[in-house]
Design a protein around this ligand. Structure first.
Ligand SMILES: Nc1nc2c(ncn2[C@@H]2O[C@H](COP(=O)(O)OP(=O)(O)OP(=O)(O)O)[C@@H](O)[C@H]2O)c(=O)[nH]1
Ligand SMILES: [Mg+2]
Ligand SMILES: [Zn+2]
Length: 322
């Protein structure tokens, strides 16, 4: 609770960028203020390296002469995505707050996004209850083989309940549909470096002129051109948060038996497993495993699930050993 002095005037806005100790805050009329923060703002139960994140709604005291402000209040977050500073660290970094949907940009070539990566990402968005959209970009580069894979992947992920679209940022394929998905929402945009996040955004919002990277021939991976999370308001309504290639998007805080709940197609069946704490690996009477055998659940998704369980287990063991 803030007690305002008689002469205090407060403005409200959204954090659109953070650069060290300064934050760019945009008010509803589109004006951008450079703001600092005073005092400590803590989230109960977690230690964070940054008090404010992109997407935060704040109230600040403006200094009209200098066009700067002092943040006095953070409004309650609808949600936020965290990243552990390191695997064993207790400190977390808030990547973004108040996200309506997570948009993962995927490419099957230059660079290739693995289904393992996609499924890990989706486990995380499920954990945060953030709807996810899968955008398969660079379709202009796909040959016969990749186009077939694309059809198969879209079938798998649509069956699991995710919205999928195919785009080519450079050829302008399906950009209207992409706009339709982004309109009036605050979207977190993710994906490996070089998949075309910035190119896609530039294509639907040319005024932004985001920096686009060259793919290095040696590794066919991008070079991490975008380094800070940044929110870009969209002229047709809504905004997008462009994040640096996020390999570290982690699963750290989940219990082993909870991972299955993060697969919507498993979740729909698992209440019929014989054991309530079924991990869907070896237990008798497991309906998830049966659905995999009958081809009703994708084998790739199931194998990625097993891999996540195994890695998670190994992480925990390492942690215990230290
Ligand atoms: N052929 C083709 N090339 C594309 C497409 N989209 C992006 N590219 C190219 O891919 C390269 C990388 O694009 P960026 O937009 O910089 O990728 P990014 O995802 O923003 O990468 P980071 O900022 O490093 O995370 C550039 O050379 C783009 O021109 C596409 O649909 N088709
Ligand atoms: Mg970029
Ligand atoms: Zn089961």
């Amino acid at each position: 609770m803030i007690i305002l002095n008689r002469n205090d005037k407060m403005l409200e806005g959204t954090v659109i960028k953070s650069t060290g100790s300064w934050y760019k805050v945009m008010t509803e009329n589109g004006k951008i203020w450079d703001c600092r923060i005073r005092g400590s703002f803590r989230i109960k139960g977690i230690k964070t390296t940054n008090p404010l994140a992109v997407g935060d709604h704040v109230a600040f005291e403006p200094d009209e002469d200098q066009n700067v402000g002092l943040v006095k209040k953070i409004f309650p977050r609808k949600n936020y995505i965290l990243r552990k500073s390191t695997k064993l660290s207790k400190l977390s970094h808030i990547i973004a707050a108040n996200i309506d949907q997570a948009v993962l940009i995927i490419t099957l070539v230059k660079p290739r996004t693995s289904t393992g990566f996609i499924d890990r990402y989706l486990v995380t968005t499920e954990a945060y209850h953030i709807p996810a959209i899968l955008v398969f970009n660079k379709t202009d580069l796909y040959g016969k083989k990749e186009l077939k894979q694309l059809d198969e992947l879209i079938e798998v992920y649509e069956n699991a309940g995710y919205t999928c679209i195919r785009t080519s940022a450079t050829e302008g394929e399906n950009l209207e549909a992409f706009i339709g998905l982004l309109k009036d929402k605050n979207s977190l945009l993710s994906g490996h470096s070089g998949v075309g996040k910035s190119t896609l955004i530039n294509a639907i919002q040319p005024g932004l002129k985001l920096k686009v990277g060259d793919i290095s021939n040696v590794h066919q991976k991008g070079k991490h051109i975008t380094t800070f999370a940044e929110m870009h308001p969209l002229s047709f309504g809504g905004s997008i948060i462009d994040t640096p290639g996020i390999k570290e998007f982690g699963l750290h805080d989940f219990e082993r038996h909870e991972i299955g709940e993060r697969f919507p197609e498993f979740r729909a069946l698992m209440s019929d497993c014989r054991f309530s704490n079924c991990t869907h690996v070896h237990e008798p009477g497991c309906v998830v495993k049966k659905a995999v055998d009958e081809g009703k659940i994708s084998e790739t998704r199931y194998n990625n699930y097993l891999r996540i369980l195994k890695d998670d287990y190994l992480d925990k063991k390492q942690w215990e050993l230290k």
